[in-house]
Design a protein around this ligand. Sequence first.
Ligand SMILES: Nc1ncnc2c1ncn2[C@@H]1O[C@H](COP(=O)(O)OP(=O)(O)O)[C@@H](O)[C@H]1O
Ligand SMILES: [Mg+2]
Length: 293
Amino acid sequence: MIIGVVTRNPHGWATKELRKAIEKLGHVPFIFRFRDIIAEVGFPARVFVKGCDVSSLSAIIVRPIGRCSLEQAIFRMDVLHWIEDRGVYVVNSPSAIEIAVDKYRTLYLLERAGIPVPKTVVGECCEEVLKYINDLGKPIVVKPLFGSRGLGSFRVRSKDYAWRVLSDLAFLKHVLYVQEYIRHRGRDIRVFVIGDRAVAAMYRVARSWKTNVYLGAKPIRLYPIPQEVEELAIKSCRVVGCEIAGVDIVEDRERGYLVLEVNSQPGWRGLQSVTPFSIAEEIVKYVVSRVRR
Ligand SMILES: Nc1ncnc2c1ncn2[C@@H]1O[C@H](COP(=O)(O)OP(=O)(O)O)[C@@H](O)[C@H]1O
Ligand SMILES: [Mg+2]
């Protein structure tokens, strides 16, 4: 079968891993960038990439949508919806990506499903958000609603400083996403879920409070995965609708495991470095089994 991979950077490590895995398992990769997509309407409606009608692909694996304008983000998602509507298996589905990219939407769905999450306040008005500062304790964590790789998140202790930055962010029309700080001592857990299996997991150990591998955290294999962690990760993915995802989990001394977010376009280079089998091959095997089903 022909398996598409749509990505921001076709030369990225994960995309190369997928290409190798697709070929090794006897299929044909078709790698393309979001910006190569052309959508026709009234010709009749088709979506093309370099002369190839995308609805002829068996499946499309969605890799990072990348930093883009609101218009580009919406267009990219529109096209994925269109492709899915034509019966192509798109993973993760655009609806799941839309949920997972939004930290607030993810968190309220997780909480509604009974999954423990950190106390979080979201709003547009600095004064209203700041009323919660005592409930959240010190420091507070401020994050971009649509952020990734730990970029742009920061901690604030002082109420004055919080007021300055939050009022500036609100002035610039950002949504304020403020969270209690969980004292995790520089370590959290990343679980990689494929379908209904947690295929691999690692501790991410950092000198900083942000444990993203991108920021230099060290991966340490977590094996076997504790059953509670495994169940939490799988359930979190199911709640947001992701079939392939990286779930970030922190440990709180009193409350136990709390889910921070579900990454719908996860990288796995750090995790691969401590995993004895190819994660890309697991992804491709899963995709093939889903198409055949
Ligand atoms: N509320 C929090 N308390 C303590 N550490 C946090 C909190 N939120 C995030 N972190 C740390 O920052 C990292 C990045 O936060 P996360 O919510 O996963 O966003 P991103 O999309 O940027 O990865 C987490 O892996 C964790 O180490
Ligand atoms: Mg994260």
